[in-house]
Design a binder for this molecule. Structure first.
Ligand SMILES: Cc1cc2nc3c(=O)[nH]c(=O)nc-3n(C[C@H](O)[C@H](O)[C@H](O)COP(=O)(O)O)c2cc1C
Length: 340
């Protein structure tokens, strides 16, 4: 092993964590959200929202890289299409302490298209390979890609293997595939997460064709048991987005024992109690309670008292001066309902 590869052997921990990951979601997977998710699972790999390379490199928006040390293992997702700029953004991300730098090749929003990055990059695999190579050159942290199976009228069976082959040649060892196409015209980003049909089998075929690539599947996976089915069928990882956000306890509480064979099932009430000092500290930094509690609304989804929990937090957290005592009050109501 040459020295660069030796340095990169430290990747194995993040690679292991990637058996289950929580998807990058703009405005949702903020640092506050990730802190909560980390209380529910010690092991799961967490992704940031997408941060654009131009914002970091040209805009100097380094505050976008801030995170809490308890979030590890945590991956920074970058948006961009300029290899030089992405390399510099990756370097800034690695310097900030991220365990992985991920390139977004799956996001179809207009804003992202106009910057010629995101899902539109599925049409230019050579450029993606150049970006990956430049980012790898700049950092020791793992450089990974999140992509779709294709865009518009591309034929996924043809373009996806070519795409994977090219990024693998550039040194990418881990990829997450959102198992549906993106339609670059005519569908909103939200529709693009639901309307193009899912093709899980194609992702499984890619694992057979690229056995040395660590492949995670993404899209429409709603429970831990569905995730386990994909792992049992031979995929290396599963990425969960919306379900983990809306029902974090269902996806994350049993993840450590069931997916990684470590620890025990975590407890949402306990996580809320552990959030209290964090909330206090964040409010001290000038954050608003609602900024934090909006990510906690789904914690008791499907459990007794869930509605009361949501209502107390959503009605109270915007009020001036609202603090951790509101969260304690909401928690007491859940405990009362659970005991009833
Ligand atoms: C609110 C929201 C924001 C998202 N933002 C991003 C993003 O910044 N980068 C990205 O690669 N995907 C983004 N996605 C897509 C998710 O990462 C994921 O690929 C998609 O939701 C499908 O997974 P799911 O069905 O498990 O939710 C976003 C999804 C949602 C719901």
């Amino acid at each position: 092993m040459d020295s660069k590869n030796q340095e990169k052997s430290g990747f194995s921990e993040v690679r292991r964590a990637a058996r289950l990951s929580i998807a990058p979601m703009m405005d949702w997977t903020t640092s506050d959200c990730r802190f909560l998710h980390r209380l529910l699972s010690r092991e799961t790999l967490l992704y940031t929202e997408m941060v654009t390379a131009p914002a970091l490199v040209r805009g100097g928006a380094l505050h976008l890289l801030e995170f809490h040390t308890d979030e590890h293992p945590v991956a920074l997702q970058l948006g961009g299409s300029d290899p030089v700029e992405l390399a510099e953004a990756a370097r800034l991300g690695a310097e900030a302490g991220y365990d992985e730098i991920n390139l977004n090749c799956g996001c179809p929003s207009d804003r992202v298209q106009s910057g010629a990055f995101g899902a539109v990059l599925m049409q230019t695999p050579e450029l993606v390979a150049d970006c990956v190579a430049a980012m790898r050159e700049a950092v020791k942290a793992a450089v990974t890609v999140k992509c779709r199976i294709g865009v518009d009228d591309q034929e996924p069976e043809k373009v996806l293997p070519d795409f994977l082959d090219k990024i693998r040649s550039a040194g990418c060892r881990r990829v997450t595939i959102h198992a549906r196409k993106a339609w670059l015209q005519g569908l909103s980003p939200k529709e693009n997460r639901d309307i193009p049909p899912l093709d899980y089998d194609l992702v499984h075929k890619m694992k057979a064709a690229f056995p040395d690539l660590h492949i995670s599947i993404n899209g429409g996976i709603a429970t831990l048991s569905e995730a386990k089915t994909h792992l049992d069928r031979g995929l290396d990882g599963v990425m969960v987005g919306r379900a983990a956000y809306h029902q974090p306890a269902d996806v994350l509480c049993a993840a450590d024992p069931e997916i990684y064979g470590t620890g025990s099932v975590s407890e949402p009430c306990q996580a809320v109690r552990q959030m209290l000092p964090y909330i206090e500290a964040r409010l001290g930094e000038g954050a608003k309670l609602n900024q934090i509690t909006r990510h906690m609304l789904g914690l008791f989804a499907g459990k007794p008292g869930a509605r009361q929990w949501r209502r107390t937090l959503s009605e109270g957290a915007c009020r001036a001066g609202a603090g951790p005592e509101l969260v304690e009050q909401a928690l007491a109501q859940v405990a009362d309902r659970a005991a009833a």
